[in-house]
Design a protein around this ligand. Sequence first.
Ligand code: CMP
Length: 131
Amino acid sequence: MEQTLVLIKPDAVERNLIGKILSEYERNGLKIAEMQLLTASKTIAAAHYAEHEGKPFYNELINYITGGPLVAFVLEGENVIQRVRALNGATDPKDAEDNTIRALYGIDLSNNTVHASDSAESAKKEISIWF
Ligand code: CMP
């Protein structure tokens, strides 16, 4: 069964949105395989966002993702990577399709509420970083 790594990011945990966001995935038939609430270390954050190192928003991204508790979990199901990306919507909440998680709850590009792996390769890498 395909797996993907999802983060409910600090902006969403801060606003008590964990339950609402999890229910979006669960009501779409996806199963939670592993889960933890934690504040990410700089080491984990740097490993997770290694591909963005050197970009203008990198420091802001690392400070944000380590700035408060988040929920990291593994979802599994058929075609889960694509399905979760569709449920999340576009990276920037202002571009996210109606009724997607980022359209409903996202604030801006930094505070975009959720992260999910974008490919089978990144899912494998990201799951090994967080679990
Ligand atoms: P995420 O799916 O977690 O993957 C990388 C994150 O970087 C992305 O969501 C956004 O939150 C953030 N991001 C991408 N582009 C920018 C940008 N131009 N400015 C600030 N943050 C960005």
